[in-house]
Each structure stands twice: as C-alpha cells, then as structure tokens.
Ligand binder design. Structure first.
Ligand SMILES: *Cc1c(COP(=O)(O)O)cnc(C)c1O
Length: 361
C-alpha cells in the first residue's frame, strides 16, 4: 500500500458508503478511464467476472467456439466454460510468449471450413508483455471476429503508445492482490462502446430493470466492485507509474546481473512495445531438470520462485479441448521461472537473488 489508500478508505467510512455502489467507484472508473484512452469503464469484483461479462455481451452461447491463448492462467478460460462454450487453445510465438498470429489464423480458417466460425478471441498479454496485438487485431478484423484482451497482468503496458486493453472490443484488468496494483480483489471491463459498458453494469447488479420495484427480465450477477475496494484502488492508481518504473528497474537489474550467464535468457520488448514487467521471468537453456534444480536451490535459500504458467492444453480439466500447438508454450513451461519481482524488494535482496541464481549455474 502507498500513502493515500487509508485516507480514501477513511473517507468512504465517514461518508458511510460501504456498499457495491458509491462515489469512490465512480471516481475510480473516471481515473481508470483517464489512463485507458478515455474508454468507458465498469469496475467489477474481479478480472474473471469481467471476462465472463465480456463473453455474455458478445452473445456467446452454449457450444460456441472461443479461440484463446493456451499460455495463461486458468481464469482466462474458466468463464468460457461457465457459458458451456468451447475453448480452443492457441499456442504462443517465441518473441513475446503470447498468442501466435499464424496459428490464430489457421484456427479461424479451420473453423470456417467446418462451418463453425469462432465467436470470439481472447488474447492474453502475459507478465505485462504486449502480444503481437496489431497482427492479431488485423486478422480478427479480416474475419470479423471480436477480440477480448485479457490485460489482467498488463495494466500500464502499451503498444505504439496506446494502452493494452484498448485494441479489442473489450479490455479486462485485474486488481487482485498479486497484480501490479490491487484493490485486494477487483477487476475492470473497458470498451469504447458506452452502451456495452452500461449493459455490463446492469448485468453486474443482478440485471434490475428500471422500475421503482424489483423487476428482472434477465439473469444477473453480483459482480460490482465494493466502494471500499474502489477507495483502495484510488490510492493505488496514483502510484501506478511509480510501480511500473520500479518493476522495470527490477527487470533491468536482473538483466544487468544475469545476462552474461549463457544458460539464462530474458524476455525483451519488441519494437513499439512497452511492458510493465509485472514479473521478471528467466528462461534456462535446459529443460525441467535444470529449472527444478534452480528452483529448489533458491527455495533452500529462502527465495521463492515459480515455474511459468502451465499451458491450458496440459491442464487435466481442459484435456478434451481442441488446440493448435507448436511446442512453444510447453517449452516455456519446462524451462522458465518467475523470479522475485516485488516492488518492496531492496537492492541487497535483488543482489542476493542474482547471486544465488549465479551460484547454482
Ligand atoms: C489474475 C488474472 C486473471 C483473473 O483476474 P482475477 O481478478 O484474479 O479474477 C485473468 N487472467 C490473467 C492472465 C490473470 O493473471
């Protein structure tokens, strides 16, 4: 937490707005809009809820096919299943580790040739790194398929100076406790389409019709952000730029200390891309044995690290889903490690992590 959060929360208490409605939510949405290309914003209870509502608003129904990055966290995919639609997983390319545009196009063509055009695309910007979003949007436009950008890990990241989350029909942010800024738990759905965002707010508040009594013509959800959480978010938003600077400094620090080691490589920004470097990740030149050896060595030294996301097509729960694969995400999972990237880390701690990694090579 920074310095302002408690002030805003106190404010919320004193004004007695302890509800999923209130002035802090409105202000939070306005502030978030300012850094999101003036897009319309709905503050919601989680990133997962935001993806769920985006799919509903795109008219996704049972048995529809949804093309989705395989290299991600399960929260990207679960809402597809909430709607009894079919996730079809698309593997990564090597430059950004995100959705491969070539495989995406192949999957679209295959779908169309089987008379089943995919209903939507969910592209993820993992670890804050922009996907090849211009290519993906241009393919999606060619076939007229809407795109949801899962930018849960990529708040503040940009492509060609434009914030991630503003390229597709919908953008999704998360303010879960582990993200670059947090409301303890929360998320946001953004879009250039005001009608859609208004509808998302209606669905997020139990789909209550505009009547003096309680009348419902739709199934609704309890997905709104609480005013208290929004108050925390206001304080956090004020620190976002500082956080991004810190994350980028941590990434540069590790790169400067470890780039000379031939067994280790790093993920780098492409031309025109700006990453918030939410987590710093490394790739080892040998597979699992090597990665696990390093992880255990770090663990023995009281340093937590984690393998990269396990691809969705390898998850037991999604084993029956279709996928378009090229081996990239499986390779990343076997060789990759997230290393400590907390913005509260001191230089001595970053030094110690680097030193401990070096020792184990
Ligand atoms: C965290 C995360 C989500 C889900 O966000 P919640 O707010 O935790 O529901 C979705 N996708 C990705 C890639 C995430 O990292």
């Amino acid at each position: 937490m920074g310095l302002k959060e408690l002030e805003y929360v106190k404010d919320a208490f004193e004004s007695n707005w302890i509800a999923p409605v209130g002035p802090h939510i409105d202000t939070f949405e306005k502030e978030l809009s300012k850094i999101s290309f003036d897009y319309n914003v709905a503050a919601l209870s989680s990133g997962t809820a935001s993806i769920h509502l985006a799919l509903i608003l795109l008219g996704v129904q049972q048995n529809d096919d949804i093309l989705c990055s395989t290299f991600t966290f399960s929260a990207t995919v679960n809402p597809i299943k909430y709607l009894n639609a079919n996730p079809i997983f698309i593997d990564s390319e090597k430059d950004t580790w995100n959705m491969c545009p070539d495989l995406l196009e192949l999957a679209i063509k295959k779908g169309i040739s089987r008379n089943k055009k995919p209903k939507a695309i969910i592209v993820v910007h993992l670890y804050g790194m922009p996907a090849k979003i211009n290519k993906i949007i241009s393919i999606a436009n060619t076939y007229n398929i809407p795109v949801i950008e899962d930018a849960a890990e990529a708040l503040g990241s940009k492509y060609l100076d434009k914030p991630l989350g503003t390229f597709g029909e919908f953008g999704v942010y998360s303010f879960n406790g582990n993200k670059i800024i947090t409301t303890s738990g929360g998320g946001a759905l953004i879009s250039s389409d005001k009608i859609m965002i208004d509808k998302s707010k209606y669905l997020a508040t139990q789909a209550r019709d505009d009547k003096p009594y309680y009348e419902h013509s739709n199934i609704g959800y309890n997905y709104r952000l609480s005013n208290i959480c929004a108050a925390i978010g206001l304080g956090q938003l004020a620190m976002l730029n500082q956080r991004i600077e810190q994350k980028r400094r941590i990434n540069s620090f590790y790169k400067s200390r470890l780039s000379s080691i031939s067994e280790i490589s790093f993920l780098s920004e492409e031309k025109n891309s700006f990453s918030n470097f939410w987590l710093t990740t490394i790739l080892l030149d040998h597979a699992t044995i090597n990665r696990e050896k390093l992880r255990l060595h770090l663990d023995k030294n009281n340093i937590e690290s984690r393998p990269l996301w396990k691809p969705m097509h390898l998850q037991p729960i999604f084993k029956d889903c279709k996928s378009y694969l090229n081996g990239v995400s499986e390779d990343l999972f076997e060789r990759g490690l997230c290393i400590p990237s907390g913005t509260n880390m001191k230089k001595e701690e970053l030094d110690r992590v680097s030193q401990t990694i070096k020792e184990s090579m």
